[in-house]
Design a protein around this ligand. Structure first.
Ligand SMILES: [Zn+2]
Length: 132
């Protein structure tokens, strides 16, 4: 019999204890996103993939089974931890498919919505990579 917090009746204290337990053991499986360490796992996998080869946000979303939008959110965290390990997450140069404009100095990880030169939105998917 676990010790219950002082002054809490037995019936309530079992609830109290349940809240602090692993939700899996209680039979309330949470969706993947709600696990506190899930994001961490996704970022570790993303890091491993990007150290192996160059990948687009779409490829990452398929490999990690997350939405493309989530890929961009994780990328900024992945970039930060890459820096901590003296590596760097970079966006490789990619082109506007309409006029050939090359985005060489892209610092943000999200895909630009339009080409700064021709203003069209027919852009190649940028690829990401982690390297020294
Ligand atoms: Zn263009």
């Amino acid at each position: 019999m676990p010790e219950r917090p002082h002054g809490v009746p037995a019936a309530l204290s079992s609830l109290f204890l349940q809240q602090e337990s692993d939700p899996l053991k209680l039979g309330f499986p949470l969706k993947g996103k709600e696990y506190p360490d899930h994001a961490q796992t996704v970022r570790q996998q993303m890091t491993a993939l990007l150290q192996e080869r160059d990948m687009t946000a779409r490829e990452l979303s398929q490999a990690l089974r997350i939405r493309e939008k989530e890929v961009y959110e994780h990328l900024s965290h992945v970039a930060r931890s890459a820096l901590a390990r003296k590596t760097k997450l970079t966006v490789l140069p990619f082109q506007c498919l309409a006029c050939g404009y090359v985005f060489t100095e892209r610092r943000r990880f999200t895909r630009p919505s339009r080409c700064p030169r021709c203003k069209k939105s027919h852009l190649e998917m940028p690829t990401y990579r982690i390297a020294e």
